[in-house]
Ligand binder design. Structure first.
Ligand code: FES
Length: 95
């Protein structure tokens, strides 16, 4: 029986939902047995994945805008920005 995975796409519309999104990210990233095989979509509008965002951070990006610019993109709806900031901070802290 396949386990249903929560949909990690950032669709939060208020801060409480954004916190749940971030908590889901950390659950999948650090607690899930699928953590190594999952590269979640961080920005739905631009189809930017977690691994791409982390690569941009390792290349020197320190904000969502500067990271997205490395792919020739920029935030559109902005729903992903808090989520992207969390990932950027975690990646910079682990460097
Ligand atoms: S989800 Fe990133 S700009 Fe809309």
């Amino acid at each position: 029986m396949a386990l249903a995975q929560p949909d990690p796409r950032p669709t939060a519309k208020d801060s409480q939902e954004q916190l749940i999104t971030i908590a889901t990210y950390y659950h999948l990233r650090y607690l899930s047995p699928y953590q190594e095989s999952v590269s979640m979509v961080v920005c739905v509008c631009n189809a930017i994945r977690e691994k791409d965002l982390k690569e941009a951070v390792r290349d020197g990006a320190d904000t969502p805008c500067s990271a997205y610019a490395r792919f020739g993109r920029r935030p559109k709806c902005g729903q992903c920005v808090p989520f992207a900031r969390t990932i950027i901070a975690a990646e910079r802290a682990s460097a």
